[in-house]
Design a protein around this ligand. Structure first.
Ligand SMILES: [Fe+2]
Length: 276
């Protein structure tokens, strides 16, 4: 296979790097993500960098940031980015590798943004290594289709969380939410466009349908338990607007629509789940 960069097939829609960022068409048609509205009466807290934070608030914020792996001082994140490039080298068609490189560049941009936030909140945390705990990050990626699903589902999880930060009581997080949401949606669209390409043929489509249950269950599980005892606290302090069940349901509606548009059948939402 000729992998000379100039051989990029620009006729494949959204294939060449020229198509980047992939969030543009999605936002050109309005707000692609659903509103996550808080229906609970709560105090209107607002804290900025350097403010003295209530202990519980700071603990919850750090807990939330531990889930957001992309941070310059997080060795595990840098290792994960290297893995991403290895996968692209080993499994991607040439025209898709350029997009993957754009993706990595953008995640590195996020790593700087989250580093600044972490350094302003707790300098010790800024350099802490936080290995990826959720099993979605450890599912085998043995094909381009696997990696496409990873981006479609996992980056979309990031976009939904960033969508919820628009209303965050922590000002630095609210300020960066629109950029992170938009970028993550673009990463998810990259995965989706790869799936579109793979599903263009009957064999590719069969492979994608066969891989879907593995990724679908992990994607829904990334929102945590519906009865998590921390949710009321996150909502009280204005760090989240809705609970795990609500954001998961909004996410499921979004992905089911996208999967149906590819002619794929969404699995039973309880199948293979570890966190309901
Ligand atoms: Fe991403």
């Amino acid at each position: 296979m000729d992998d000379d960069a100039s051989a990029i097939d620009e006729t494949v829609p959204g294939a060449g790097a020229g198509a980047w960022p992939l969030w543009r068409p999605a936002y050109a048609a309005g707000d692609p993500l659903p509103a996550l509205t808080c229906h609970v009466a709560r105090p209107q807290y607002r804290f900025d960098e350097g403010d003295t934070l209530p202990e519980e608030y700071k603990a919850l914020l750090l807990r939330m940031l531990r889930h957001e792996g992309e941070r310059a001082g997080n060795k595990s994140f840098l290792g994960f980015m290297a893995t991403c490039l290895d996968l692209a080298e080993a499994m991607f068609p040439p025209h898709a590798r350029r997009l993957k490189a754009e993706y990595v560049a953008e995640e590195l941009k996020h790593a700087i943004m989250f580093h600044r936030l972490a350094a302003g909140l707790d300098p010790d945390f800024a350099l802490r290594d936080v290995p990826y705990a959720h099993y979605a990050f450890h599912l085998p990626r043995e094909s381009w289709a696997d990696d496409a699903f990873f981006h479609f589902f996992v980056d979309l999880n990031g976009a939904f969380h960033a969508r919820d930060w628009r209303e965050s009581s922590y000002v630095p997080l609210a300020k960066m939410s629109a950029t992170v949401e938009r970028d993550e949606l673009g990463h998810s669209e990259m995965g989706y466009r790869f799936l579109e390409e793979i599903c263009a043929g009957p064999r590719g489509k069969a492979l994608v349908q066969a891989l879907l249950p593995k990724w679908y269950a992990a994607a829904l599980d990334m929102f945590g338990r519906s009865d998590s005892p921390n949710v009321p606290k996150f909502i009280h302090w204005g760090l989240k607007s809705v609970g795990n069940a609500e954001i998961r349901s909004a996410y499921k509606q979004y992905v089911d629509r996208k999967l149906a548009a590819l002619g794929l059948e969404a699995p039973d939402e309880r199948a293979g789940r570890r966190f309901l």
